[in-house]
Design a protein around this ligand. Sequence first.
Ligand code: SF4
Length: 171
Amino acid sequence: MSSEDYPLDHILITGTEINYLFICSTKLWYFAKGITMEQESEWVDLGRFLHERRYGSEEKEVQVGRIKIDFIRKGDIIEVHEVKKSKSMEKAHEMQALYYLYYLKKLGINAKAVLHYPKLNETKEITLDGRENEIKKAIAEVKRIKSLPVPPEPVKSKKCLKCAYYELCWV
Ligand code: SF4
């Protein structure tokens, strides 16, 4: 994978796509092609419920260009906050947050990210320090998968049981 430094208007990918890269490349491909079935998933509803209940007073779903952040707090440094329901996809959450930081940096905004796991009462801070190549490689891989004419071959795993694309892959 390359670690090219992309101009902002060449990135054209979303945080969800980066997230899905670290869950399943087949899922990423379906999503990138506009096939969205997540609204049928009870897990998405649970995530929304947790988010509304706990962070109801924060400014929510802040859209910055192609990225949509759960909420932002402004202190000495801009903080982007993402609320997640479990740590089972922790790497995907982390890379999504890293992408937000990379994207904001391209806009001249230095920020840090905070992942919230309200069910576990835990938070995790993420910074871009020393990790730009990691996110650039992820961007290159998302671009490669999105350019494929057919979805990558599905690989069955535990993740499939909670995936909205289960029927597309396995039925
Ligand atoms: S069902 Fe499994 S293989 Fe298919 S998209 Fe979902 S996680 Fe990937």
